[in-house]
Write a protein that binds this ligand. Structure first.
Ligand code: PEP
Length: 250
């Protein structure tokens, strides 16, 4: 999208221990060049590594974030982490509504919206994930599903600065399968129209990432699609060389 700064983001999911810090260090070093002037880079390691990761990335433009937060500000929610805790560890982004959380933890659009509001109130940028399942695609419901998820998951008054949308077809995550370039173009153009209709200029400026089996070999074609403003990368973000090869397509 013209005038929109692309974002290349990594989601480590439930992978990574202290022995993986060398990969985070390598990513933080690799995103320091000229490209950093026009492309943002983000890594979301597991929460257990967030604080120590920020300490080793201090002189890098690499942003760090978390993979989820609770919808409440604080309180009796054993095992959850709050938006404030993420910000306190110098995280600046949080992924919300990833399909694995929607599936494993029954997260609804309304819950994802509440998490986004709480994240934004703590000054975190929310990466709101949407995407159809294989069955929904086969039934021809993809755009309908995206419309419902965008309407339900994004709060009223959302601003481009604190809102990123990630289109992640569920059947493309971790499978090596990707939609065709034409299908990605259709979905992203549809989402752009929906966002612009609801949020005006803010919706025009919101970044819409593509996620689902992005790797160095397909990143160039996917990132060249109109209205694709970057990538959300799972598996390929675990290795610094792969993450950086994708970042370097810009
Ligand atoms: C993800 O889970 O956000 C993702 C896109 O995973 P992968 O790149 O491994 O398909």
């Amino acid at each position: 999208t013209p005038d929109v700064r692309p974002l290349v983001a990594g989601n480590w999911k439930m992978n990574g221990t202290r022995s993986s810090l060398d990969q985070i260090k390598a990513i933080s070093e690799g995103v320091k060049g000229e490209l950093a002037e026009k492309v943002d880079a983000l890594l979301c390691p597991p929460a257990t590594l967030l604080y120590v990761a920020t300490a080793i990335c201090t002189d890098s433009p690499l942003a760090l974030g978390a993979q989820d937060c609770h919808q409440n500000v604080s309180g009796a929610h054993t095992g959850d982490i709050s938006a404030e805790m993420i910000a306190d560890c110098f995280g600046t982004y949080v992924i919300v509504g990833h399909s694995e959380r929607r599936a494993d933890h029954g997260e609804s659009d309304a819950l994802v919206r509440a998490k986004t509001e709480t994240a934004n109130a703590a000054d975190l940028t929310a990466i709101i994930c949407v995407g159809e399942t294989e069955e929904e695609r086969e039934r021809g419901e993809t755009l309908q599903v995206l419309k419902r998820q965008l309407e339900g998951s994004i709060p009223d008054g959302a601003r481009a600065e604190r809102t990123v949308v990630a289109y992640e077809p569920v059947w493309a995550i971790g499978t090596g399968l990707t939609p065709s370039v034409a299908d990605v173009a259709e979905a992203h153009a549809f989402m752009r129209r929906e966002l612009a209709a609801r949020f005006g200029a803010e919706g025009q400026a919101m970044r819409i990432l593509y996620g689902g089996s992005v790797k160095p070999s397909n990143a160039r074609d996917l990132m060249a699609v109109e209205n694709v403003d970057g990538a959300l990368i799972g598996g390929a973000s675990l290795k610094a060389v792969d993450f950086l090869a994708i970042y370097d397509v810009y």
